[in-house]
Every structure is written in C-alpha cells, then in structure tokens.
Write a protein of this length. Sequence first.
Length: 249
Amino acid sequence: MHVLILGGTTEARALAGLLHPRVRVTSSLAGRVARPRLPEGEVRIGGFGGADGLAAWLGEHAVDAVIDATHPFAERISFNAARAAATAHVPLLALRRPGWVPEEGDDWRDVGSLAAAATALDGLGDRVFLTTGRMGLAAFADRPEWFLVRSVDAPEAPVPARTEVLLDRGPFTLDGERELLRRHRIDVLVTKDSGGTATAPKLTAARESGIPVVVVRRPPVPEGVRTATTPEEAAALVLGYRVLGRVRP
Ligand code: NAP
C-alpha cells in the first residue's frame, strides 16, 4: 500500500512515523521552508501543478490513499487534494488538529481573514505581536502600529513600515512567551487559529497579561472529506483500511 501524506506540519511528520515502514509512505512538502524537518519514509518537495497535476501524480505513483495533513490555513492544497482524489478515485482523509477555544479571562476577537485582522487592530494599541507567518503580511503593510513579526523564515515585502522580525520556530514555552510580551511591551497579539500545543503558550501569556488577541479563524475542510483530529486516529484508519484490503478500485 502506498500512502501520500500532504505535509508541512508536526502532525504530518508524526503520522509518517506511525505508518512507516508498515506501509510505503511518501510525504510531500511545498518547499516553503529553507531547512524543513524531514519525516520518516520517502519525501518529495515542491508543488504538483494544481489539482490535475496532483491527480496525475497519484496515478503515476500508484497511490492508494491520500492524507491531507497540511496546515489548517493551507486552503489551496486542501482544495486541490479533494479534487484530485475524486478525479483519481483515491480515498482522501484530512488530518486537522482541533482549533483553539477561548477560556475564562481570554479577550479574543474572531475575524475571518488577515485583512479583517488588520482592521480589527483599530484602537487596540501601538505594539502588535504578529504570529500569522511570513506570508500575507501585505494585509498589514499600511498599518501605523509597530509590529513584532515572528516567523520561521524572513517575511517578504511588503511589510508594515515599523517592523521588527524575530526568526524562530516553535514549540515555545510559557515562560518564554511571558518574557517576550513583557520585553516588547506588547499591546495586542494577532494569531491564526492554528490549534495544537506547540504555539499555544502565547495565548496563555496574553490571557495572564490581559492582552487582547485577534484570532483569524480557519477555512472549512472541503465538503465531504472525512476528518481525523490526531495522527494516531489517522494511522488507525489507514491501517484498518489496509487490513480490510480495500485498495485501489
Ligand atoms: P496553499 O496556499 O494551500 O498551497 C499553495 C500551493 O503550494 C499549492 O497549490 C501547491 O502547489 C503547493 N503546496 C502546498 N502544500 C503542499 C504540499 N504539502 N506538497 C506539495 N505542494 C504543496 O499552501 P500554503 O498556505 O502556502 O502552505 C504551504 C505549506 O506550508 C503547506 O504544506 C502547509 O502544510 C505548510 N504550512 C502552512 C502554514 C499556513 O499558515 N498556511 C503554516 C505552517 C505550515 P501546486 O498547485 O503546484 O501543487
């Protein structure tokens, strides 16, 4: 059995580790990060050339199942995976960690896009901790506030005029996040609803300090796609599928 994992997340790496070597696993990375942490099993890097390219790849490499374990905000590849899997008649499972849920004491402002997040900053203070990643910063480029932008690789222009970049990669600690908010006198935090524990301590630190958080909510999983929430659940589904012998039609 050959499983393609569309990756780029901690969960995707964990799933590859759970499946390899019991089934043949190929993990696919977009190639955005300069030095990615590589999963076990085979790895391919770079786009497929849209849904049609991905459908062709599935056929050429005799893929029996696709797991879309990409980041909840990687909307295009998830859409392409749904189309390609349908075209190639290959079963598709989405692996999505659950989103974050506010707790008592949180001051969260939910928005639907980075552009809406930029607008939501009105009146929330001058010093912004922006943790939405290096892509899409153009949405904030005209903002007057000072930004601390934390990302794995350096962001591309345009960025806000008053920007300091902090290159770092999670997991982050609560003590570290407390210290960061204090040292930079942060007034407001902007985050995507990435879910998971690796980057959650910033939310606790913000709650403790009474700092408002602008939360960009995630796009929906493509319609009709079955979802698992943990690598273990996804691995069990894949291995059960193999045991039942339901391979390619
Ligand atoms: P995207 O907008 O959904 O995808 C854009 C294009 O990149 C896709 O059409 C596809 O190109 C290619 N691509 C994306 N993921 C791929 C993968 N795993 N393997 C091969 N090609 C892939 O994606 P994105 O938001 O730029 O994210 C890129 C990658 O970074 C994803 O794999 C995601 O898991 C990871 N990531 C994203 C975020 C985020 O906030 N968006 C955060 C952490 C990690 P073709 O059409 O040519 O196939």
